[in-house]
Design a protein around this ligand. Structure first.
Ligand SMILES: *Cc1c(COP(=O)(O)O)cnc(C)c1O
Length: 495
């Protein structure tokens, strides 16, 4: 009475499944190693499945094993193994600059620059003028100075790195004065108090959470003060009875005591956002003009470039930052530098950066344009799936990554709502739908809200994107129906 072993013995050998004509054909495309791995995995899964179903009532010990079915499963496994982890998806969450989805897509010019730098040697640390060894920051320093009004600039891996480095170089072993209203946590373990400690600064908190006055800062200044730090409260807003000290006041206090004012801006908007019809966002140029000595910001937030931490400011302070040993540990690679240079050039040279830089293009997309996309993608979806009603509804996008935390941009969403009468069934249908979207060749990520899946169309931008989205609807239906007929398939869901 051991039928389980019986059936599992009847699984084909690895070589048998490998020589199945369909598998042979796939092997030509994917190569020997990957195909063998897929065969092994398929047989392992099948063995485990048979062991599980051995106890089930539906079990029939002598049902013949279907080699074509196994081969088909093997091909699906092979496709999954061959698909890169790092693949394009549609971010329709409504958060335009989404840290979990790589923040800013790059401008075409930046992509071309990266490809060039990837393919050929470049003058990374080589001065073509004099034929000598040069400094890699030189590729972007002049542009950054032009765009921010600063005397000097340097760049590192990301803004968190920029903050640690600048604090370490300017304030290690001394006190860093900061308002209690600005002790921010950005998420992903970036907490300003911890960062300051890691950099070797002693935290000197002043004021209260909602109100800090110039006299509070003034009273904290002493022999041990190394710098004043102002942090942009980027992912929340304190409203109501509030007061914070303006940068020019902080600069005056800092300079009277012979120490620098450092500003961590977070988002680095390099153009006037109000000119684009968006809420005004502080620019590095404003902080420099207000007297800040060092300003740090990200390359991949509102700037719309690659991940980078940018530090601009006074010449001698930037020189000290460049000399710090951590600078070498945090330096940028050539691909990122190439992309950053190309992006910065667009800010300096393009007649319309808001057209050429995708992040700005998405943020400035008009409601009318989004609604037009909505009508085009709505038409083929309305009768696509059983039990799901699809409508076009107004929604609000947010900028994301801690930029302008309270501002929202009016947009349109494709809303997928299960319409079966049973509540529990609705919830299951919604889960199935959400999973089916994630399983597409180009996964679609939306947001679950009010018993529906909302796809904010602000970031479905351009004819190609629309065509790809519509082109996948058949695959969506297949994935959705497949899950309905085989709910146990979810056990192998890689997500
Ligand atoms: C986002 C942000 C950071 C961290 O920047 P990364 O580029 O994510 O490392 C630091 N400070 C502020 C104020 C921020 O908004």
């Amino acid at each position: 009475m051991k039928p389980t072993t019986d059936v599992r013995r009847r699984l084909p050998a690895v070589d048998t499944l490998l020589s199945h004509p369909d598998v042979q054909q796939a092997r030509e495309r994917h190569g020997w190693r990957l195909t063998r791995q897929a065969v092994r995995q398929t047989l392992d899964d099948e063995r485990a499945r048979l062991a599980r179903s051995a106890g089930a009532v539906s079990y029939t010990p002598h049902a013949p094993l279907d080699h074509d079915g196994l081969a088909a499963r093997c091909l699906a496994c092979l496709e999954a193994l061959a698909r890169p982890q790092c693949r394009a998806l549609f971010n329709l969450t409504g958060t335009v600059i989404h840290t979990n989805m790589g923040r800013s897509p790059l401008a075409e010019a930046a992509i071309e620059a990266m490809v060039r730098a990837a393919r050929h040697p470049i003058a990374l640390e080589y001065d073509l003028e004099n034929g000598e060894r040069g400094e890699r920051d030189r590729l972007v320093e002049t542009l950054l100075c032009e765009l921010t009004g600063a005397e000097a600039a340097t760049v590192v891996n990301n803004n968190a790195g920029a903050v640690v480095l600048a604090l370490g170089a300017l304030g290690a072993g001394r006190e860093a004065v900061i308002s209690r209203g600005e002790l921010i946590e950005i998420g992903g373990a970036f907490r300003l108090p911890d960062i300051m400690q890691a950099a070797g600064c002693r935290l000197r908190e002043v004021g209260a959470t909602n109100r800090t006055h110039a006299r509070d800062v003034q009273a904290a200044m002493n022999e041990a003060t190394g710098l004043i730090l102002k942090a942009h409260t980027s992912n929340y807003a304190i409203s109501g009875f509030t007061h914070s000290v303006a940068e020019h006041e902080l600069a005056a206090i800092a300079h009277a005591h012979g120490v620098p004012l450092m500003v961590d801006l977070g988002s680095g908007a390099l153009i006037d956002f109000s000119r684009l019809g968006l809420p005004y966002e502080n620019q590095p140029r404003d902080s420099i003009a207000a007297g800040a000595d060092v300003v740090t910001f990200s390359g991949d937030k509102l700037l719309g470039g690659p991940q980078a931490g940018i530090i601009v400011g006074k010449r001698e302070l930037i020189a000290a930052i460049k000399r710090h040993p951590l600078k070498r540990a945090l330096r940028l690679d050539k691909l990122t530098l190439a992309a950053l240079e190309a992006t910065l050039r667009l800010y300096r040279d393009s007649d319309a950066p808001e057209r050429d830089i995708p992040t700005l293009a998405m943020l400035t997309r008009s409601e009318a344009a989004i609604a037009a996309t909505g009508r085009r993608v709505l038409a083929p979806t309305t009768t696509l799936l059983a039990d799901i009603e699809v409508t076009l509804e107004p929604c609000m996008s947010q900028l994301g990554s801690g930029s302008l935390p309270v501002d929202r941009l009016p947009s349109r969403a494709l809303v997928w709502r299960p319409v079966t009468p049973d509540r529990r069934h609705q919830a299951r249908t919604l889960k199935r739908l959400e999973r089916a979207f994630r399983q597409l060749p180009r996964p679609v990520i939306g947001r679950l809200k009010d018993g529906a899946l909302w796809l904010d169309l602000r970031c479905l931008n351009g004819a190609d994107a629309e065509a790809t989205f519509i082109g996948q609807l058949d695959a969506l239906k297949a994935a959705f129906d497949r899950q309905a007929s085989a709910p146990e398939a979810s056990a192998g869901d890689p997500s």
